[in-house]
Design a protein around this ligand. Structure first.
Ligand code: HEC
Length: 115
């Protein structure tokens, strides 16, 4: 029993320590992580790693080549950004993000220098 409690304490100590140090994960690191893993398909998969926009796919429809792409989102306004993330689209999935998460994503896509 003693041994078990001891192990538990060590475990608790180890698992909580990172949260206490402020620079455990920077604002940019968190925002970048969320951008590629927003509880759904990563934004990077369609909009590109740095939100610069990207081609999703090319296909032939009625004998013509059609290009499906996601726009650059590095300079959209905060209002437009929030609007896009809280509405339904044809290609882009619907996300269920908190305002803090939307803030963080906006911080990432609109930052001049992305780390
Ligand atoms: C499956 C591909 C796909 C994924 C994943 C995706 N998007 Fe999009 N996104 C699009 C496409 C295509 C458009 C443009 C047409 C539309 O609105 O559907 C778009 C539009 C937008 C717009 C509006 C741009 C404007 O100029 O008004 C924003 C902002 C945006 N996406 C942000 C995001 C963020 C942030 C994520 C991740 C949480 C994300 N998207 C994930 C495909 C995607």
């Amino acid at each position: 029993m003693m041994r078990f409690l001891l192990t538990c304490n060590v475990f608790l100590f180890l698992s909580f320590t990172p949260l206490l140090s402020e620079d455990f994960i920077s604002k940019m690191e968190y925002a970048k992580m969320l951008y590629s893993n927003p509880r759904g398909i990563g934004c990077n998969k369609c909009h590109g790693e740095k939100a610069e926009g990207a081609i999703i796919s090319k296909y032939i429809s009625r004998g013509k080549e059609v290009t499906l792409s996601a726009p650059a989102i590095t300079s959209v306004s905060k209002e437009r950004f929030s609007q896009a993330l809280t509405s339904q689209h044809k290609v882009m999935p619907t996300y269920f993000l908190t305002w803090q998460e939307i803030d963080s994503l906006y911080y990432y896509v609109s930052s001049e220098v992305k780390k």
